[in-house]
Every structure is written in C-alpha cells, then in structure tokens.
Ligand binder design. Structure first.
Ligand SMILES: Nc1nc2c(ncn2[C@@H]2O[C@H](COP(=O)(O)OP(=O)(O)O)[C@@H](O)[C@H]2O)c(=O)[nH]1
Ligand SMILES: [Mg+2]
Length: 249
C-alpha cells in the first residue's frame, strides 16, 4: 500500500461513523499542516473502519479538492487500534501523528507535536498529547481518571492521559510494538518497553458536536483493565540486549 514518495509527516485519522465531522476534520488538518509544512509535504490518511453511515462516501468525495488525502477502508470493523495500525502501515513518512475523526482534537496541536518529535533526539519514540481541559461529562472524566491512575501505578508509564487521540510517534518504533485490540491505550508503556523515551505535550480538547461516542464508561474501563495484566506480562518478558554492534570487515 505504501508508495515511495517521501513526505515530511503522515497524519492518520481512524474513523467509525463520523459522517458529520470527518470532512471538516480533513479541512482543518490540511490547513494546519499546510501552514507548518507547505501544501504538498504531508499526507492525511483516513482509515474508515467499516462505517455504516456515509463517512466513506464523504471522505471519498472530499479527496477531489484535498490532494493530500488518502482514504483506506476496512471491509470489517476492527476497532480504533486496528485502524491506526492500518494507517501506520500505509504511511509514507517516518513521522506519524494520530488524531480522532470526531473533531475533538485540534489539528494545530497535532502539527505542533510532530515538530516536537522531529526536533527530539532519536531515542525519543513518541510524543503523547495530554488533554488539559477535557470537555467530557463528569462521569467520563472520573472513569478516565481511575483508569489512568490504576494503569499508571501498575505500569509506571508516567502518562496521565493515554486515552487522548493525539499521539505522534516514529513509524519504525510503532511497527516494533506487539499489536492487539485496544493497544492504543498502552502506547507509552509499549514504546518504553522498546527502550524509547516518551514526551508529553499539553493539548486542547473540544466538545463532540456531532455523532456519538463509541464507548461507554463501563465498557472502556472493563477493556482497559482486562488488558492490563497482559501488558504487565509483556513488559516482564522483555529482555534488552543493550547496544547492538556489528563487526566490520
Ligand atoms: N476506526 C475505528 N475508530 C473508532 C472505533 N471506535 C472509535 N473510533 C474512533 O476513535 C475516535 C475516538 O472515539 P470516540 O468514540 O470519540 O471516543 P471518546 O472521545 O473517548 O468518546 C473517533 O475518531 C472514532 O471515530 C472503531 O471501532 N474503529
Ligand atoms: Mg471522541
């Protein structure tokens, strides 16, 4: 799927039933990244995860006036992590940033995070967005605070908000990580497991103005916590070879 033409950055947007928001999200990304990189140095890869609404048709139509757009489509719904992985596999840049397709993440924040990552040393694998003004209902904020607190205490991943859709990372680092459904909540820990550093970047959060959240508080908490022992096991099974050197001829 990936073509060899280089771009400075690949923006990846997982979409599931976001017909009301996804085209506006595309326009905002194109505007924000054009300001930073110029109009033809980035790509925006939408991954429609088998939406049952008109998201795919709207994205396809929007490609006409946004040449930076690419639209991938899953024949079956596999969830947000699988959609992100499809986008990363197809990405043409080593600098990749994700944001949600519902309009809650500002594209300017995504562009800034890619600059932070590009300027960081090679051993920084990821920049995690931390929402500073969450617009969610109190019950969701509480559920999220609990889940983040438990995860952070048990994994010691130093991240206060793994649920934020804004994440910038090196493609090569992401592709080393073990893939499993819902892995997007564990990216800081999985990146650290590979020996890479993770930076945090404060970002804004906006209200969802169209469509519906795909998760319930209980469902999100249950999945997040049931995966936790698995991630702890993965971390306990990692053996680091230290610096790898090759003998010269
Ligand atoms: N590809 C894909 N994306 C999903 C799925 N569920 C949620 N998303 C996307 O993930 C992002 C965040 O989901 P959302 O429902 O807004 O979660 P919330 O902001 O935590 O309530 C949005 O862009 C969704 O379209 C899914 O099953 N597949
Ligand atoms: Mg959302």
């Amino acid at each position: 799927m990936a073509s060899p033409n280089p771009v400075a950055v690949s923006v990846i947007v997982p979409v599931h039933n976001e017909e009301g928001a996804c085209v506006q999200v595309a326009r905002e990304i194109v505007e924000a990244f054009s300001k930073v990189y110029g109009t033809d140095s980035f790509e925006v890869v939408f991954v429609d995860d088998s939406s049952s609404d008109n998201s795919l048709a709207r994205l396809n139509a929007a490609m006409t006036d946004m040449p930076q757009m690419r639209v991938l489509h899953h024949a079956k719904n596999v969830g947000k992590s699988g959609a992100i992985r499809t986008g990363v596999l197809a990405a043409r840049s080593d600098i990749v940033v994700t944001l949600d397709g519902d309009g809650q993440n500002p594209a300017d924040d995504a562009a800034r995070m890619t600059r932070v990552l590009s300027a960081a040393p090679d051993d920084i694998g990821m920049v995690a967005g931390i929402r500073r003004n969450r617009q969610d209902k109190l019950s969701k904020k509480w559920a999220s605070r609990w889940a983040n607190g438990i995860r952070k205490a048990l994994l010691n991943d130093g991240c206060d908000d793994t649920g934020c859709g804004l994440k910038a990372f090196r493609r090569e680092v992401f592709l080393r990580l073990p893939y499993f459904d819902q892995m997007h909540r564990y990216l800081p820990s999985l990146v650290a497991r590979e020996g890479y550093g993770v930076l945090s970047e404060p970002v804004d959060d906006r209200l969802r103005t169209t469509g519906q959240s795909k998760y319930t508080n209980i469902g999100r908490l249950a999945v997040a916590l049931s995966d936790l022992p698995g991630v702890m096991w993965l971390n306990s099974r990692y053996r680091k070879p230290g610096k790898v050197t090759e003998t010269g001829r």
